[in-house]
Design a protein around this ligand. Structure first.
Ligand code: ZN
Ligand code: ZN
Length: 237
């Protein structure tokens, strides 16, 4: 599978799109999150089969309505939208506000903890953030990629076998119940099963000290390859 970071930024970045990761199999393309700015990164918005929302914060779902409207205007197919419990009600409330779009775009919201989309097998695991949130474990052709979404680090997530872990690193230091810092990540790093860890969703003050953060993490696990995710960076698994 091919993974492309379409957006690695946060709510306050103007040089990066907000959270959005495209995962491509042979015939299926999915997005994990679609924050503000991500819509502009899509080459063909009608090719996307599904959007997997980690949670309903603006920097993770802000361009979903833009995608749905564009597909409606261009006769696109039904879009599958997966998300944690409450996603359906959340989207209904958006269409209450944008009444002119009601019942126009074709989409289906699913809150299943496990599902298949085309050749992908996907399961979710609840994460720890300021609102209900979940991580995605995506499998294709014997390979597995995990996308954490926003969360403070979880041992249960780290213990899952995977080839690549894409994990948030919002903050440069300290403790947080809702986000990841090098300190709280270091506590669960001994359980990490991934060979490669991409750090994303770094606030500017974390991004500024990215090399120091990698050094800190390397001091705990020097067998893991740590990389900083950048907009439009791609890798194959
Ligand atoms: Zn969030
Ligand atoms: Zn976020």
């Amino acid at each position: 599978m091919k993974v492309t970071f379409l957006g690695t930024g946060t709510c306050i970045d103007t040089s990066k799109a907000q959270s959005c990761i495209m995962v491509e199999g042979e015939e299926t393309k999915i997005l994990v999150d679609i924050g503000v700015g991500a819509f502009m990164r899509l080459n063909d918005f009608n090719e996307i089969n599904a959007v997997l929302l980690t949670h309903n914060h603006l920097d993770h779902n802000g361009d979903l309505l833009a995608l749905l409207k564009a597909r409606w205007l261009t006769g696109g197919e039904e879009l599958l939208v997966f998300g944690p419990i409450g996603t359906k009600a959340f989207l209904e409330s958006l269409f209450e506000a944008y009444a002119y779009l009601r019942r126009k775009p074709k989409f289906k919201v699913l809150e299943d903890p496990e599902f298949e989309i085309g050749e992908f097998k996907v399961r979710t695991i609840p994460t720890r953030h300021s609102i209900v949130s979940q991580a995605y474990i995506i499998e294709f052709d014997g390979k597995r990629v995990i996308v954490s979404g926003d969360t403070s680090p979880l041992k249960e997530l780290m213990e899952i076998e995977c080839d690549v872990l894409i994990h948030e690193m919002s903050l440069p230091s300290g403790r947080s119940d809702a986000h990841t810092t090098p300190e709280n990540f270091a506590e669960v790093l001994p359980f990490c099963k991934a060979e490669i860890v991409y750090l994303t969703h770094m606030y500017p003050h974390a991004y500024e000290v990215k090399d120091k953060i990698i050094e800190q993490l390397k001091s705990v696990r020097d067998d893991i390859k740590f990389r900083i995710a950048e907009d439009l960076m791609s890798f194959e698994v």
